[in-house]
Write a new protein. Structure first.
Lengths: 108, 124
């Protein structure tokens, strides 16, 4: 099975900061990677698919990059509503999706 | 609008069974695969099961294989998760999610684009 790791696990940041989260796969997954945001007590929300394609309605301050085994999610200009936990998800073994352990972005 | 609504969660003793339901609306249900994903208290997301759009094929996480069964009724726009031999570690919020695909330069990329609000299962 493909394993995903995320770094950091926890990140403290301020409004306006540029935030980068890394997701690494245990083997190459091309660009079969999605990113989700989950706020406390809320459901996961799709942000990005195909490593860099922005889901409709998601603000352009969110961007994704990478291929193979290393991927990044960048938030350019953190907003108050962006404090949340972010998960990467591989789809290389579709439909047996795997999620990363999550990165919690908290207020500094 | 596209909506998924789960139901059927509750408190159940270890070894007992529970059946979750997910009602879909706002899209052509029979065109999409459907997933169950769970989240244990304070933990991350875990893919549990998938059923293909036609209902003839399904797949399961190793942690639930042989105990859980996913099914669907396309005439009712419903997907189900029959959970047998429940264990303490099955305690979680269970979400149903809709399969979606984007084709970019001839390559299909799959993801879950719509999630229900979840239903809580407590095994105790």
């Amino acid at each position: 099975d493909i394993q995903l790791t995320q770094s950091p696990s926890f990140l403290s940041a301020s409004v306006g900061d540029r935030v980068t989260i890394t997701c690494r796969a245990s083997q190459g997954i091309n660009r079969y990677l999605a990113w989700y945001q989950q706020k406390p007590g809320k459901i996961p929300k799709l942000l990005i698919y195909a490593a860099s394609a922005l889901q409709s309605g998601v603000p352009s301050r969110f961007s994704g990059s990478g291929s193979g085994t290393e991927f990044t999610l960048t938030i350019s200009g953190l907003q108050p509503e962006d404090f949340a936990t972010y998960y990467c998800q591989q789809a290389n073994n579709y439909p047996r999706f795997t999620f990363g352990p999550g990165t919690k972005v908290d207020v500094k | 609008q596209v909506q998924l609504v789960e139901s059927g969660g509750g408190v159940v003793q270890p070894g007992r069974s529970l059946r979750l339901s997910c009602a879909a609306s706002g899209f052509t249900f029979s065109n999409n695969g459907m997933f169950w994903v769970r989240q244990a208290p304070g933990k991350g997301l875990e893919w549990v099961a998938v059923i293909w759009y036609h209902g003839s094929d399904s797949d399961y996480a190793d942690s639930v294989k042989g105990r859980f069964t996913i099914s669907r009724d396309n005439s009712k726009n419903m997907v189900y998760l029959q959970m047998n031999s429940l264990r303490d570690e099955d305690t979680a919020v269970y979400y149903c999610a809709k399969d979606s695909v984007a084709t970019i330069f001839g390559v299909h990329y799959y993801y879950m684009d719509v999630w229900g609000n979840g239903t809580t299962v407590t095994v105790s």
